[in-house]
Design a protein around this ligand. Structure first.
Ligand code: DOR
Ligand code: ZN
Ligand code: ZN
Length: 355
């Protein structure tokens, strides 16, 4: 049976490319090569870099690196911090959205106080995307501001039963909330941690339990996007004394979801909605003309971190057998990836907000 089909270019609204500041983990080059290998033609890059992206000079550092190195299209988030409450909105047109870190995670970016959160949410333009790392009670806080200020908010990497149920209730009440879930919370639980390893299995939000995982699948209709939260750290760090949280995910996401289709847990239509149509709408992304990916649904392969394009060289899905693989990626009429080879030129990716 010929199992080759075409999908639109996938969009990942949540990746960490470590550029500037930690390009030994990943940079706009290696991260967007990994994106193409995974079937993504657009990635939205997070601002918890070194320095964090909170003002014009830091944003310019990321933009000039991306402009020279990116192999696929990209957007860049601005980070909300204590020093840019007045100035962030001036950069709104140049970024894909404002990222609010309400809880402790990797890097120093964090909204510590209710007052600062109120100011950032009030000052950010109503028609520009606002994305929040907000779990537990922080989720309730950001949903409250979205309701109070009658604006939209996008919730990153939802992982718990209580959270997806709260978002369902908020949507039913008419709040303008959208959300994403990461593949690792749909395909792994805390029971997998011993096999992955103590440092390698560290991630924020933490891997959850089987009941949380079940709730995500049961409430699939509430999930607007699948987002990898691709967060590469070196093996040396992950296996060292202070392992930072994060998993690489760009090159395994589509195959995990195609395997779920093959197992009857998902459909191609639902996959395309969550990996293309919905993120495109939520983040107001431009059309990519003559862009598609060719996928071989029958290609069975085993995840081997060392073989991936990402610089980090490992995967939490190591050894998993998956069904479905990207054969070719065509971006704006050019074949940019074919059979394991990136064919695009560095710098050929475009900034979705600077066209
Ligand atoms: O596990 C995580 N890693 N969660 C985050 O929120 C940040 C990310 C990172 O940047 O490494
Ligand atoms: Zn996060
Ligand atoms: Zn993240």
């Amino acid at each position: 049976m010929n199992g080759t089909i075409n999908f639109p270019g996938l969009i990942d609204p949540h990746v960490h490319l470590r550029d500037p500041g930690a390009t030994h983990k990943e940079d706009f080059g290696s991260g967007t090569r990994a994106a193409l290998a995974g079937g993504f033609t657009t990635v939205l890059a997070m601002p918890n870099t070194q320095p964090p992206l909170t003002d014009t000079p830091s944003l310019e550092l990321a933009k000039s690196a991306a402009c020279k190195k990116a192999y696929c299209d990209y957007g860049i988030y601005l980070g909300a911090g204590p020093d840019n409450r007045e100035t962030a909105s001036r950069l709104a047109a140049r970024v894909c959205g404002l990222k609010l870190y309400l809880d402790q995670t990797y890097g120093p970016l964090r909204i510590e106080s209710l007052g600062l959160l109120h100011e950032h949410v009030s000052n950010w333009p109503a028609d520009r995307p606002l994305a929040a790392h907000a779990a537990g009670r922080s989720l309730a806080a950001i949903l409250f501001f979205a309701a109070l200020l009658e604006r939209s908010v996008h919730i990153c990497h939802v992982s718990r039963r209580s959270e997806i149920l709260l978002i369902r209730a908020a949507k039913e009440k008419g709040l303008r909330v959208t959300c994403e879930v990461a593949p690792h919370h749909l395909f792994l639980t805390e029971a997998d941690a011993p096999q992955i390893g103590p440092g390698r299995s560290k991630v924020r939000p933490r891997l959850a339990n089987a009941s949380d995982q079940d709730a995500l699948w049961t409430n699939l209709d509430v999930i607007d996007c699948f987002a990898t939260d691709h967060a590469p750290h070196t093996l040396e760090e992950k296996d060292g004394p202070q392992p930072p949280p994060g998993f690489p995910g760009l090159e395994t996401a589509l195959a995990l979801f195609l395997t779920a289709v093959s197992d009857g847990r998902l459909t191609h239509e639902k996959l395309i909605a969550r990996m293309h149509t919905n993120p495109k709408r939520i983040f107001s992304l431009p059309d990519q003309d003559e862009t598609s990916i060719e996928v071989d649904l029958n290609d069975e392969w085993e995840v081997c971190g060392a073989e991936l394009q990402s610089q980090c060289g490992w995967s939490p899905f190591e050894g998993m057998r998956l069904k479905g693989r990207v054969r070719r990626v065509v971006l704006r009429g050019q074949c940019v990836y074919a059979d394991g080879q990136v064919l695009a030129a560095p710098g050929s990716g475009q900034d979705i907000r600077e066209r």
